[in-house]
Design a protein around this ligand. Structure first.
Ligand SMILES: Nc1ncnc2c1ncn2[C@@H]1O[C@H](COP(=O)(O)OP(=O)(O)O)[C@@H](O)[C@H]1O
Ligand SMILES: [Mg+2]
Length: 285
């Protein structure tokens, strides 16, 4: 079932009724399983607005979003069963500190499962397990407000994983993490995607991360989707240049090696680590 956008527009009314059209006439389908979709594009292009529709955090101004059979339109707010939507689709905010509010980290992680009808003991068990995965067991009795930005981000992620939604929405999940923390976080999402066949929707400015993990890339520019497809195609075609996107390092290196030393590496290689392995293979021949 997944998520289906039909002609969705969202406008914000700001100061002096000034209207900003943040996304315009969007048609988009996200499968309920097995996808790793990266949403990219410059700041202000509408990425966060787009993704916030996927769990009814905001509603369309016009058009319809269907999330696991729940039709979401501007008119239907009173009838919406938000829990039916959000148990399927978990969303980690761009600024997770706004998402935390309980007395302790444990209570915070347990909040969503309790809300979705887990018994206290079940919710606790699930939350402790997720905390282990994220290496934050030591923080469980701390106040979520006394943590670093990176730790808060992990707690927010744990709060989503604890109830096992089908689709994970991640708005710049590695922002503010150190390189190791960033890699660990991405590997965790990738493992969940691979092992449990979950769909991940990731907003990121980091083309190295996007190229390594995504199976599909959606490019936003000026409130519109200007590309939706295969990551190789985006960078082989040169379309990325029209939308202020940086070429992933691994592809720059591949271009250089192929041009200068007559190697024949292709864009199926998605990370520097993988390229190094290939180079070693080639040089042992
Ligand atoms: N709460 C809001 N109120 C008014 N305008 C907003 C709000 N959130 C976003 N916008 C505007 O909508 C546009 C798209 O923003 P956003 O979806 O946050 O883009 P992105 O995530 O790609 O940076 C921008 O012009 C932004 O200024
Ligand atoms: Mg954003």
């Amino acid at each position: 079932m997944g998520i289906l956008f039909k002609e969705v527009t969202h406008s914000y009314k700001g100061y002096k009724k000034q209207v900003t059209v943040a996304i315009e006439n969007i048609n988009l389908e996200i499968n309920s399983e097995g996808e790793f979709v990266a949403i990219v594009g410059k700041t202000g292009s509408g990425k966060s607005t787009l993704v916030q529709h996927m769990n009814a955090l905001i509603l369309p101004t016009s058009g319809e979003v269907n999330v696991f059979g729940n039709a979401i339109t501007a008119k239907k707010k009173k009838k919406l069963k938000f829990n039916n939507i959000r148990k399927h689709v978990g969303y980690v905010f761009q600024f997770p500190e706004y998402q935390l509010f309980e007395q302790t980290v444990l209570r915070d992680i347990m909040f969503a499962p309790l809300n979705f009808g887990y018994q206290e003991a079940e919710a606790k068990k699930a939350s402790v397990e997720v905390a282990k995965k994220l290496h934050i067991t030591k923080l469980l009795n701390h106040s979520p407000f006394n943590l670093s930005g990176g730790q808060q981000r992990k707690v927010a992620v744990a709060g989503i994983l604890s109830y096992n939604p089908d689709i994970l929405l991640l708005d710049e999940p590695t922002r503010g993490l150190d390189p190791k923390g960033s890699k660990d976080m991405m590997e965790l999402f990738y493992d969940i995607h691979k092992n449990e066949n979950k769909t991940v929707v990731l907003i990121s400015h980091d083309m190295n991360i996007v190229y390594k993990y995504a199976t599909r890339i959606v490019v936003m520019d000026g409130a519109n989707i200007v590309f939706d497809g295969d990551k190789k195609e985006l960078f082989e075609s040169g379309i990325y240049k029209d939308h202020h996107l940086e070429k992933p390092e691994v592809l720059k290196l591949i271009d250089y090696l192929n041009g200068k030393f007559n190697y024949n590496f292709d864009y199926n290689i998605t990370s520097i680590d993988e390229l190094v392995l290939k180079l070693k293979e080639v040089s042992h021949e």
